[in-house]
Design a protein around this ligand. Sequence first.
Ligand code: ATP
Length: 202
Amino acid sequence: MEFKKIQLNGFKSFAEKTNFLIEDGLTGIVGPNGCGKSNIVESLKWAMGETSAKSMRGSGMEDVIFNGTSNKASKNIAEVSIIVDNTNHEGTLQYKDMDKVEVRRKIEKDKGSKFYINNKEVRARDAQMFFADLSTGAHSPSMISQGRIGALVTAKPTDRRAILEEAANISGLHVRRHEAELRLNAADTNLKRADELRKQQE
Ligand code: ATP
């Protein structure tokens, strides 16, 4: 799996449609202070399903929408697409056979945000799982924001486990296991309740 393109439209300082092509090899983004370098990294996190406005340096999720400048009107919609090359056929079963997958997130003022995979609307969880199955995601240890290197070095062993799990390609399994545990607990509660009702009938 490789990220091939990120497309931003109305996201933070990127008022107009902007394409970032990610070529083979190492990609560097350079520019003066405040030109939007961190916004690009945040756009990736956001499209991968980030739910915390704080981690997007905002007080609410709508803060990611371009809020205008002295010579440009604000926008009502922000969109970010990530185009993934999946010619080595990895990840979520449903998308494994596809050579190219586009994950898009769109937010509209007062209407919340929606996710799409290959133009079909999906749940936030589906987009998050898609990236988790590719061993990445909004909270991936490989997304290192400013000041995070120090935090990783001094992290507790339990927090560092996430890095090892990602390296071992089991991040998606971990989420699924947690969900399975929740379902099992719910089923157990239902069984106990059914048992109580049966006893009352006897
Ligand atoms: P540095 O090198 O200082 O870390 P940077 O290149 O990473 O800077 P960012 O932090 O990505 O820059 O971008 C900051 C800019 O984005 C600021 O000019 C800010 O006004 C602008 N910005 C943030 N959110 C929005 C928004 N919703 N609408 C318009 N502009 C925004």
